[in-house]
Design a protein around this ligand. Structure first.
Ligand SMILES: [Fe+2]
Ligand SMILES: [Fe+2]
Length: 343
């Protein structure tokens, strides 16, 4: 056994020398050298076959490279929207009740659009009509921001649950599902608009600032962050409502063209029925999603952040949580939640 091991140790040293010089210098016999040589040859063959076998092996059925267009995997398939609920969604505003609410409300200027002047008002029109591509730039940028809060809040609550060895009261899934839903909005719009270098740079910078701000903000005051997101979502409802109005006025002819096709990813994600796959239908669906985020976040902002249950868990609600939240612009009051969902 010891002899065999010595032969193995000699293998690297004999490689590259002629058999004559080896026979002169090697302390082993010719038989031993032959054994070592054979072993080295076998190793070499193994190495060779390993490197060439993978690309030359047919019949494994494995792709040789990553497909350019990966298939869409729906982690959280959308529950779909009721036509009645979709049309009932309206821009609405929850009146601030505390100083913290007023600060959160004041911060929503970051994403809001300037309001249309009222009829008879002396105010000049503060914004120009936008083309389809300008709307898409706005949607893409806003959706890259919108996907952040749910992921931060869900991630921090996940860490909190692990750290404190406690259940999370059912909040994490709803928050992560929200960020997934926002990402699906983004992926849908990206099928219609390809960002350039400037946009990518802006998204990169905004993520760096907003993610870290949300992270610190959520550690300091999660209820303030939910209130802020509630107001931001309110602005998102307003933005999509404005876009729908522009379509109705015929100012976005590419999107109202009967031949315009919305991306397949949208049809699959929202499970959009045949005959209901226009751009207007898509914006109505997305607006309803934003309305549900608004209701969820205002509700979560009303609750005790460590003790209260998330009322939007499916088994607690008598309707889909997205429907329930969409029709509650100011969210559910805490008393309502405790009375209805902790029985
Ligand atoms: Fe969104
Ligand atoms: Fe949203």
């Amino acid at each position: 056994m010891a002899h065999h091991l010595r032969v193995l140790r000699q293998v690297p040293r004999v490689q590259g020398r002629t058999p004559v010089s080896r026979s002169k210098q090697s302390p082993f016999s010719h038989t031993q050298f032959t054994a070592a040589s054979t072993l080295a040859t076998q190793k070499s063959q193994v190495r060779q076959s390993t490197t060439v076998a993978i690309p030359q092996s047919p019949g494994l059925g494995l792709p040789t490279r990553t497909p350019a267009q990966p298939s869409v995997h729906l982690t959280w398939p959308h529950k779909g929207w009721d036509d009645k609920v979709v049309l009932e969604v309206v821009p609405s505003h929850r009146e601030p009740r505390t100083l913290s609410d007023r600060i959160a409300w004041g911060m929503d200027f970051l994403t809001g659009m300037p309001p249309e002047p009222k009829p008879g008002s002396k105010k000049k029109v503060t914004h120009k009509a936008m083309s389809e591509s300008q709307w898409l730039v706005r949607f893409v940028f806003l959706e890259t921001v919108a996907g952040i809060p749910g992921a931060v809040a869900g991630g921090l609550r996940h860490l909190h649950s692990i750290r404190r060895f406690k259940l999370d009261q059912g909040w994490i899934k709803t928050l992560l599902e929200e960020s997934y839903n926002e990402r699906m909005h983004l992926l849908t719009f990206l099928e219609m608009y390809k960002p350039g270098r400037l946009m990518r740079l802006m998204v990169f910078a905004t993520q760096g600032v907003f993610y870290n701000t949300m992270f610190v903000g959520y550690l300091l005051s999660p209820s303030f962050c939910h209130r802020l997101v509630g107001y931001l979502e309110d602005e998102a409802v307003g933005t999509y409502t404005k876009c729908l109005e522009e379509m109705d006025k015929g100012r976005l002819p590419q999107w109202t063209d009967p031949d315009f096709r919305i991306p397949d990813i949208a049809v699959k994600y929202w499970n959009m029925p045949e005959g209901k796959r226009t751009m207007k239908d898509l914006i109505l669906y997305i607006r309803a999603d934003e309305a549900s985020h608004r209701g969820v976040n205002h509700t979560l902002g009303n609750l005790d952040q460590t003790l209260d249950p998330n009322p939007f868990i499916e088994e607690h609600a008598d309707v889909s949580h997205m429907h329930l939240a969409a029709i509650k612009p100011a969210g559910l009051e805490r008393e309502e939640v405790l009375e209805k969902y902790t029985r």
